[in-house]
Design a binder for this molecule. Structure first.
Ligand code: NAD
Ligand code: MG
Length: 402
């Protein structure tokens, strides 16, 4: 077998990060962990460092890096500890890194992932927000850098697996494909009486029926913004117009998505809802490796259900589709407003039904422009965050005043 592949794992302490390390540990001859990164969870990153012995460990800021350094100083003095966003970019571009797992949540993952693209790495993309914010620029960077972009998001990984032989993201539209069907679980509130949605708590929103995920994506699943972001992600990855991407609610999360062809064929990828399958697929592609996931038991499943999404119940899906149609920086504005609103909801500063309201108002207030440079994307991301914060603070002031 060839040399082990060098892996930089951005967002190692999160749900995707932990699943990635699990798959790597099952295949020790194939992978070598070069870098692990995290935001502020020093305890977990320290434990991961002691187990996986990377060359580099990066925390999002200097203060957390100093704490990690102190922890590793005696037990693993050979690990270089760094802090800050430039260090994140640096480890994503290291010579000895072949493959970058982009598993930071939100816009914070954009710059290191772009750096991985620029340096021609194999990019395993979980961080959909990076692509949603900067799609055209991101795909151009992938092409120019000669990077290989492989989707980890379960739906997009399923679609990629069902694509014609030879198809790669960024290489143009797939031949003979007439549509893709993006499946959605519908989240925990698919059948909840509408009148109850305003009182939903963060704990209820984070209790997803099928998947165990980070808190931000769990709330996105509950509002169906996750599916909206995924429609945009699919359009970029597969070079297809939104008119060819259909959302189908499938509550069991067993069919991870489908591709339809002009000859009447519909190809699907099925599996138990466990992110280790798409992670293992992207790590090893075009080969297959063990992921620690049980094969499906169809007889036990017995039935699979499908229904159309309810855009009245889930306005976030409609808002994402509208942002895609509007083009330019609208998707970056949508994403930024969503990140701010979801955080406010998790912090009990905004109600569940306030999330789409804040996003819609932000989209109305912040003027969009062409998304033709990183500077304009980052400026509109910042403007949208400021606007959403202001709108949320205004609502709180009105509540206190009333
Ligand atoms: P998570 O919250 O569990 O983990 C996020 C990781 O990013 C952590 O390691 C955290 O330390 C790091 N991080 C957060 N903010 C950071 C910052 N400002 N700077 C540097 N690092 C930072 O999230 P997750 O569920 O693992 O999701 C990660 C990404 O993968 C998201 O974009 C999500 O949409 C996508 N994704 C997740 C799943 C899933 O099943 N969890 C499925 C599909 C796609
Ligand atoms: Mg998904």
């Amino acid at each position: 077998m060839s040399d082990p592949q060098g892996i930089a794992l951005l967002g190692a302490t999160g749900s995707i990060g932990v699943s990635t390390l699990d798959v790597i540990a099952r295949n020790p001859a194939r992978y070598r962990v070069v870098a692990l990164t995290a935001n502020r969870d020093v305890d977990r990153l320290a434990a991961q460092c002691l187990q996986h012995r990377p060359e580099y460990a990066v925390m999002a800021d200097e203060e957390a890096a100093a704490r990690l350094q102190q922890r590793l100083g005696r037990e693993a003095p050979d690990i270089q500890v760094l802090g800050g966003s430039e260090a994140l970019q640096r480890v994503a571009g290291l010579e000895q890194v072949d493959c970058v797992m982009a598993a930071i949540v939100g816009a914070a993952g954009l710059l290191p992932t772009l750096e991985a693209a620029r340096r021609g790495k194999r990019i395993l993309l979980a961080n959909k927000e990076a692509l949603v914010m900067s799609g055209a620029l991101f795909m151009e960077q992938v092409r120019a850098g000669g990077a290989v972009l492989l989707p980890v998001d379960s739906e997009h990984n399923a679609i990629f697996q069902a694509m014609p032989a030879g198809f790669v993201p960024g290489g143009g539209a797939p031949d003979g494909v007439t549509s893709i069907l993006l499946t959605a679980s519908g989240g925990p509130f698919r059948t909840r009486p509408l009148a109850e949605l305003a009182g939903i708590t963060p704990e209820q929103a984070c209790a997803h029926p099928n998947w165990d995920m980070g808190r931000k994506i769990s709330v996105d699943s509950a509002t169906m913004m996750n599916k909206g972001l995924e429609v945009i992600e699919a359009c970029w990855l597969f070079s297809l117009p939104a008119s060819m991407v259909e959302v189908v609610v499938h509550p069991q999360s067993v069919i991870h998505s489908l591709v339809q062809y002009r000859d009447g064929s519909t190809l699907a990828q099925l599996g138990n809802p466990d992110m280790r399958t798409p992670i293992a697929h992207a790590l090893a592609w075009p080969q297959r490796i063990d992921a620690g996931v049980e094969a499906l038991d169809l007889l036990q499943l017995a039935r699979l259900d499908f229904e159309a999404p309810d855009r009245g119940r889930f306005p976030c899906l409609r808002l994402a589709e509208q942002a895609w149609e509007a083009g330019g920086t609208a998707s970056a504005i949508l994403n930024a407003a969503n990140e701010v609103a979801v955080q406010a909801f998790l912090d009990h500063r905004l109600g569940f039904t306030g999330i789409p309201e804040i996003i819609e108002q932000t989209l109305e207030k912040v003027p969009l422009r062409a998304a033709d440079s990183l500077d304009s994307i980052l400026a509109d991301d910042a403007a949208a965050r400021a606007c959403a914060h202001e709108l949320i603070a205004g609502r709180a002031r009105r509540r206190v005043g009333s």
